[in-house]
Design a protein around this ligand. Structure first.
Ligand code: AP5
Ligand code: MG
Length: 210
């Protein structure tokens, strides 16, 4: 099984990936997490990436594809692609890469979320530095420690209302065309992301177990 999880910012790609990993023996690649780790390393590349990612813009396709190929080659497990592909050239490059590696995408799952929910979701997100848990907090009374492990929480620099709005715009212009790319592939399905995380997971599981 090699799954592409698509969806706008805040749709729940990371949340559902974490749930899938508890049930299926898959390897999770979140290109956002990969980029944030490179930025946090303080490397010269990380500094360049920070300028792009923290403003909510897309990293150039060629660099993204190179970074992804290394990770794909490092695992024999089925993969959850979270946040990749994000442009039609990335989708084409992924198809070519999978073919070269004798692998295939089996499911393209779009988690659908109404645009009016995006800023709310993004601005109430906190992530744990220790265990990586993705949490939703009450912005008026945010948690100070992770409810799962007590670790320190952080807010992503691109999680401000202005940047969330910009990311949604970038998503509409560059990533929505990827939906058309896959729609006729026979692998594309949509799930309603505007339900509880448990219900979204149930819907995704049904698709995978078909
Ligand atoms: P990335 O990290 O992928 O960000 P994104 O696509 O904007 O998506 P998010 O991570 O914000 O949302 P999510 O769908 O994972 O939602 P989550 O589960 O966290 O990318 C960041 C940046 O990196 C990009 O802007 C770009 O700069 C760069 N980048 C990454 N990939 C790239 C690529 N391929 N090419 C070029 N550049 C790239 O949930 C959000 C919140 O909602 C949480 O608080 C969560 O608790 C809550 N929540 C989740 N599900 C539910 C639910 N069902 N009900 C209620 N609340 C929920
Ligand atoms: Mg995410």
């Amino acid at each position: 099984m090699n799954i592409i999880l698509m969806g706008c910012p805040g749709a729940g790609k990371g949340t559902q990936s974490a749930k899938l990993l508890q049930t299926f023996p898959l390897h999770h690649i979140s290109t956002g997490d990969v980029l944030r780790a490179e930025i946090a390393s303080g490397s010269p590349l990380g500094k360049q990436l920070g300028e792009i990612v923290n403003k909510g813009n897309l990293v150039p396709d060629e660099l993204m594809v190179q970074m992804l190929e290394k990770i794909v080659k490092s695992t024999d497990k089925g993969i959850i692609f979270d946040g990749f592909p994000r442009t039609v050239p990335q989708a084409e490059a992924l198809d070519a890469m999978m073919q070269r590696l004798n692998r295939a995408i089996t499911h393209v799952i779009m988690i659908d979320l109404p645009a009016e929910e995006v800023v709310n979701r993004i601005c109430s997100r906190r992530q744990c530095k220790k265990c990586g848990a993705i949490l939703r907090v009450d912005i008026k009374n945010p948690l100070e420690k992770c409810s799962a492990c007590g670790g320190e929480l952080y807010t992503r620099p691109d999680d401000t209302p202005e940047r969330a709005t910009h990311r949604l715009e970038v998503y509409r212009n560059s990533t929505l065309p990827v939906k058309n790319y896959y729609q006729t592939s026979g692998k594309y399905v949509e799930v309603n992301g505007n339900q509880t995380p448990e219900k979204v997971f149930e819907d995704i599981t049904k698709i995978l177990e078909k």
